[in-house]
Design a protein around this ligand. Structure first.
Ligand code: XBP
Ligand code: MG
Length: 237
């Protein structure tokens, strides 16, 4: 049986992207007087780049090269991203986003079985705390022994760094853990760190290439803790 469950956040714990992060980016752009607007289809393309600041820079590179050429471009991206985070946190606090099916049940079964819990995400740490508090209560953040999030590592997913950070914090071998991811980028990060991974497809990732996953499921309601344990054992001969 695996010792720890490592959860991705966006798309895995909750469908945060289309109606959470995306409108928060747009609100920050409008506030800064920029004409940029990310509609749901464009945002789906932009998700190929993980991390909000990195996503803004990737968009500017193709849509507004003058913005990037300015000497203060990096500072402006940081300010835009801070505004985006403020809008996103307000939306979460207002109850805009709920957990995906089966997430709360799995967390409670894992806690009952003393399975260790951790988070490995690209998103900003405050976003994780706010999502957990809004959906599971303020004590839920304490259920996770390690929360690896955002800029704590230099290279974001698909680099394995955030998984390595979490594994080091837990002091466990990668093979003794199970990661739950929703995207090809996240799957690549977990596999590159040696963590067996189950994928739950999400709104934007349903058509991606999930080769290497132990299983690809519609959501976590389709499998309980026991089902995950069976999948994990199947990879351990
Ligand atoms: C998904 C992401 C994140 C969010 C934005 O992260 O790519 O970048 O879209 O978050 P994961 P920030 O699936 O690893 O949880 O704007 O806070 O960077
Ligand atoms: Mg994700």
């Amino acid at each position: 049986m695996f010792r720890a469950l490592l959860f991705d956040v966006d798309g895995t714990l909750a469908e945060t992207e289309r109606d959470g992060h995306r409108p928060a980016f747009n609100a920050a752009f409008a506030e800064a007087g920029l004409a940029w607007r990310w509609d749901p289809a464009l945002y789906g393309e932009l998700l190929a780049v993980a991390g909000g600041k990195e996503r803004i820079a990737a968009f500017a590179r193709r849509a507004d090269p003058d913005f990037l050429a300015a000497p203060d471009a990096e500072a402006r991206i940081r300010a835009l991203h801070a505004g985006k985070t403020r809008h996103y946190l307000a939306a979460l606090a207002g109850g805009a986003i709920g957990l995906r099916p089966g997430v709360a049940e799995l967390l409670s079964a894992a806690r009952a079985a003393s399975t260790r819990l951790a988070i490995a995400t690209t998103t900003t740490p405050d976003n994780v705390t706010a999502l957990l508090a809004a959906t599971l209560g303020p004590e839920a953040v304490g259920w996770f022994e390690v929360i690896g999030a955002g800029d704590v590592v230099a290279a974001k997913k698909p680099a394995p760094d955030i998984y390595r950070f979490v594994l080091a914090g837990l002091g466990t071998d990668a093979a003794d853990c199970l990661a739950i991811e929703d995207s090809a980028v996240g799957l690549q990060a977990a596999l590159a760190a040696g963590v067996p991974t189950v994928v739950t497809r999400s709104f934007y990732t349903a058509g991606e290439d999930f080769r290497g996953a132990l299983a690809v499921l519609p959501d976590l309601a389709a499998v309980g803790l026991e089902g995950l344990a069976r999948l994990w054992r199947s990879a351990h001969g």
